[in-house]
Design a protein around this ligand. Structure first.
Ligand SMILES: *[C@@H]1O[C@H](CO)[C@@H](O)[C@H](O)[C@H]1NC(C)=O
Length: 355
């Protein structure tokens, strides 16, 4: 073969590789996130609330040991999911002044720790309600149009993976609180309250759809009765998981799953999936050694029983040295390792169709 033949072949192959890369890269050009502390990367640092984690030892195992406002020792699920889609290794917070639209164009989170579907939940800790996250998203779309041009921005929005992760606070920080008693628990039975939240979730999806989103993942609840904070309070039950809360999570997840089925029919061209972290979480808690965990009932930070936010701080001498042996980092939030395992599972079980 002559040189020109070889070079022609190489060029063709290169072109083919490039085309494949472009096709893969373009499939999900951005990850756009709404939710609570499970997916907040620092939005709460910019608002007046006590629901924060931008101090050590949070972020201890994050790049540069930086406490960004993620409620973990390292990365959170949406960071791992972004990576799985070939996008950047972390999804930045929309309100973080160190980022701008050139960063947000491939991924952004509007999430706010402490929030819920219910505005009464976000009021408890004065955090960003879901409707306000949607307002920020509209503003983001305008910035994206100015940055990329209308057509390309519309295409990005259409192909981007939109994800939600919230709901735990509606139950644990609102409905079931007794000091002061939540007005929601006198207004609604637990089943009615679930339906109320599902109604909000449905309207939220319809708003996203109107704004051009087509690929949407609705995140289910973890077995929230197994969070160390809840187990600590379950003295009568030998500090095991509170089964009533786990049952509520299962019921809510079933309703959320049905919602995705009905909205897929109702909204032409939409691709909604239900991302269910419940069983993988429970499996980690019941079979910790199969994942290399040693501690499930208490968290790494401080005494591991009550601490989250300001109660988990660098002055606490009891914080564990190796977070990878723990499922929970603080009494409400998983370690980076647990986040990684759950994320890989969600990518395989629910999000793979978008890959
Ligand atoms: C975003 O920030 C980077 C670095 O700080 C800067 O170079 C770039 O011009 C900014 N882009 C826009 C669109 O503001």
């Amino acid at each position: 073969m002559t040189h020109s033949h070889i070079s022609f072949l190489l060029q063709t192959q290169l072109l083919l590789v490039l085309l494949i890369v472009i096709k893969v890269a373009a499939k999900v050009p951005a990850v756009i996130v709404f939710g609570d502390s499970s997916v907040d990367a620092g939005n709460n640092n910019q608002i007046p609330t006590i629901a924060r984690s931008n101090f050590q030892p949070y972020g201890r195992d994050f790049s540069g040991g930086k406490p960004t406002g993620r409620f973990s020792n390292g990365r959170i699920p949406t960071d791992f999911i972004s990576t799985a889609f070939g996008l950047k290794p972390t999804v930045p917070a929309y309100l973080d002044p160190s980022y701008n639209i050139s960063d947000f164009a491939t991924g952004v989170t509007f999430a706010s720790a402490g929030t819920g579907y219910d505005t009464a939940t976000s009021d408890v800790l004065s955090v960003i309600p879901l409707w306000k996250q949607l307002d920020y998203y509209k503003e983001y779309q305008n910035k994206l149009r100015a940055y990329r041009g209308g057509n390309e921005a519309d295409e990005t929005i259409k192909e981007a993976l939109h994800m939600t992760s919230l709901g735990t606070n509606d139950f644990l920080e609102n409905y079931y609180t007794s000091f002061p008693p939540s007005s929601r628990s006198s207004q609604y039975t637990i089943s009615q309250y679930q339906d109320f939240l599902i109604g909000i979730a449905g309207n939220f999806v319809k708003e996203l759809y109107k704004l051009g989103a087509r690929k949407i993942s609705l995140g289910g609840l973890p077995p929230m009765g197994c969070l160390p904070l809840e187990r600590t309070s379950n003295v009568m039950g030998g500090n095991d998981c509170i089964s009533r809360y786990n049952d509520v999570a299962l019921e809510f997840n079933n309703k959320l799953k049905s919602l995705t089925v009905s909205l897929n029919k109702e909204l032409p061209g939409s691709k909604l999936v239900f991302s269910n972290p419940y069983y993988i979480f429970l499996h980690m808690i019941r079979r910790p050694s199969s994942y290399g965990f040693q501690v499930t009932a208490v968290a790494c930070c401080a005494t591991g029983m009550f601490e989250m936010g300001y109660a988990c701080n660098r002055n606490n001498l009891f914080t564990c040295t190796d977070a990878s042996k723990y499922i929970f980092w603080d009494s409400f939030h998983p370690t980076e390792k647990a986040n990684h395992i759950v994320s890989d599972y969600l990518v395989k079980s629910a999000l793979a169709q978008f890959l």
